[in-house]
Design a protein around this ligand. Structure first.
Ligand SMILES: Nc1ncnc2c1ncn2[C@@H]1O[C@H](COP(=O)(O)OP(=O)(O)OP(=O)(O)O)[C@@H](O)[C@H]1O
Length: 355
């Protein structure tokens, strides 16, 4: 049965290996109906001038054993989409099938193997120890906790919680509590889990640990994961596929590799104390500027300039009196892809009229 868990705010960002770069093959069992199938889903909130279309005619399929990331700015509709998929929010239009079961035909069957960690919702029992929480949530998922004790040990071990197994959750740090929330979601052996911002509030090391465990669960145990995050590192490291949402609509749906490949272009980042509005405007006359960071020390400008254009760029900078402190090539990341597709950064609020 779907259950929600706590997720804290204020996540770190750091970089580690992507699954694409590792060349992993997920052992997804693609036989049988998909884990999740959403068709024409629409959800509006409010009425008249106040009406907001949070999810606007969204269709997507999540194959068993795959890890799909939902990426989008604040208010893009990620949480509403997840809540509709979980049956917590009833859509105005469209259908949701979980492992082939239309949720309108019976929630019990549809959500038997589903669990979730939703932002802001309380989950664990703070008076119970970490292990007691895992046993409790396994029990309410209909699983004999003794039969999954080894799984719980493995989860605690992988999430660096083993030495806290007998500690009451209230005595843990916020980041540890969040890892316990995740462990609780996974405690009953759900086959499809929805994770809304799982790394928010985690320190760099904990976020890395959590990502590694999610990837292991997908690759080794065939767990199907739908994860929403603003944290590009998490999306890149954990997901096979990314669905980008903006203003309630899907603006891209593809593998991480394909999205990054499509955005492939040769860009260079130039750092110089001489970069100011005037010199940047001069560069813009002859080059496509990808990004300007005036807060950086020294300021930087990222310019699309592959091949011979790089020589043109250095000539133009010299002519403009810009002394280059540093110049390096820049690989596109998902943030850049998102920016290209929507004109909005994924960690910025959604813009536009949604009525
Ligand atoms: N219960 C509600 N009542 C009214 N409006 C809502 C409700 N829930 C969501 N919305 C609106 O629907 C839109 C989509 O919100 P949603 O929370 O799904 O976005 P999100 O992509 O998850 O954003 P965030 O990244 O900030 O969590 C927003 O404009 C939001 O204000």
């Amino acid at each position: 049965m779907a259950r929600s868990a706590t997720s804290a705010r204020g996540g770190p960002r750091e970089r580690d290996e992507t699954n694409a770069a590792r060349g992993e093959e997920s052992p997804a069992d693609r036989s049988g109906p998909p884990a999740l199938s959403v068709d024409g889903l629409t959800k509006r909130f409010g009425e008249g001038d106040e009406a907001v279309t949070a999810v606007d005619d969204v269709s997507l399929t999540v194959e068993r054993g795959s890890v799909v990331g939902l990426l989008g700015p604040n208010g893009a509709g990620k949480t509403t989409l997840i809540k509709c998929a979980l049956g917590i929010v009833i859509p105005d239009a469209g259908s949701v099938r979980v492992f082939g079961n239309d949720v309108r035909d019976g929630r019990r069957a549809a959500y038997a193997d589903v669990d979730a960690m939703l932002e802001g919702a309380r989950n664990d029992y703070w008076r119970l120890t970490v292990r007691e929480n895992l046993r409790y949530f396994a029990t309410i998922s209909g699983v004999d906790p003794d039969s999954v004790a080894a799984r719980h040990d493995r989860l605690l071990d992988r999430l660096d919680l083993a030495d806290k197994a007998d500690t009451p959750v209230r005595d843990l740090s916020r980041g540890m509590k969040q890892k316990v929330s995740l462990a609780s979601v996974l405690a009953g052996g759900a086959e499809l889990v929805f994770l809304d911002e799982p790394t928010l509030g985690l320190d760099v090391e904990s976020a890395r640990t959590l990502r590694a465990e999610l990837r292991r669960l997908a690759v080794e145990e065939g767990l199907t994961i739908v994860v929403s995050s603003h944290d590009m590192t998490t999306i890149e490291a954990v997901c096979d596929r990314v669905v980008m949402l903006s203003n309630g609509r899907i603006v891209a749906d593809d593998s991480v590799e394909a999205l990054l490949g499509a955005a492939d272009r040769d860009a260079v980042r130039v750092a110089s104390p001489d970069l100011n509005a005037e010199t940047v405007a001069g560069v813009r006359e002859s080059f496509e500027i990808v990004d300007v960071d005036r807060e950086a020390r020294p300021p930087t400008v990222t310019v699309a300039a592959g091949g011979d254009r790089l020589y043109d760029l250095t000539d133009a900078l010299r002519a403009a009196g810009v002394t280059v402190s540093d110049i390096r090539t820049v690989q596109p990341d998902l943030e850049e892809v998102f920016l290209e597709r929507t004109g909005t950064a994924p960690d910025a609020p959604s813009g536009g009229d949604r009525r």
